[in-house]
Design a protein around this ligand. Structure first.
Ligand code: ZN
Length: 233
């Protein structure tokens, strides 16, 4: 599997993304999907990934340089990642598939209720991996770069984060150099291997434009998928 991980790193060029994905799928179908299907206590199961599109409903998240609302673009990236992971053979559970937040309309603290529901979905799915998709933003307009965040107490999460960040280094325009620990609810709320992927800075004019392009979205999601595969291998 190590060989395959290296191969997937070598073949990607931005404009050849689609071909690379086809090659990837072909190679996988040739060598089998043995690391997607596991046997535990005599029972086989398919590796499960929870994909969490950050924010939603009344919580729009950050606002981009030209007005992009984070919750919308998070959902688009999450759906693309879901398609790639499903095609690869993973079972995928989404925390949300539309614009709505997960909170009850009667909840007094809707943000807290929303996060509690996400935790419940993760616990029910018993996933191998949780990927929470977000877009970053700062006051300083020059900050840019995709970056993965993890709970520093969870060794598996650190490994997954480093694996995805390495793919960003190989495939994206000016990503951050390293993954980083962060004290965030979604990576702390369960013991499952969990990372937050901040796909880029909406506050950066140039990067917001990139993030809104289909090519870049596919490239980011493909990088995440490669990172997951490398981590599992
Ligand atoms: Zn966010």
């Amino acid at each position: 599997m190590k060989k395959f991980g290296k191969l997937s790193c070598l073949i990607i060029k931005k404009k050849h993304l689609f071909i690379a994905l086809l090659v990837l799928l072909f190679v996988i179908s040739s060598i089998g999907v043995f690391f997607i299907v596991n046997t535990v206590n005599g029972e086989t199961y398919i590796n499960t990934i929870v994909i969490d599109a950050g924010h939603g409903g009344i919580d729009g998240g950050s606002i981009g340089y030209s007005g992009t609302i984070e919750k919308d673009i998070n959902l688009e990236y999450s759906k693309t990642l879901k398609n790639m992971c499903s095609e690869f053979g993973f079972k995928v559970v989404m925390t949300r598939t539309n614009d709505s937040g997960l909170y009850s309309p009667f909840a007094v603290n809707k943000k807290k209720d929303d996060m509690k529901k996400r935790k419940q979905i993760i616990e029910k799915a018993k996933p191998d991996i949780v990927i929470s998709i977000h877009m970053n933003s700062t006051q300083g307009k020059s900050s840019r770069g995709a970056q993965v965040f993890y709970n520093k107490e969870n060794e598996h999460s650190i490994n997954l984060a480093n694996s995805i960040q390495k793919q960003f280094q190989d495939k994206l325009v000016k990503p951050r150099k390293t993954a980083q620990s962060g004290d965030y609810y979604i990576v702390n709320c369960t013991p499952y291997t969990s990372v937050i992927v901040e796909c880029g800075f909406l506050s950066n004019k140039e990067e917001e434009k990139l993030l809104l392009s289909n090519d870049y979205k596919n490239n980011v999601c493909y990088s995440i998928l490669c990172g997951i595969i490398d981590y599992m291998a």
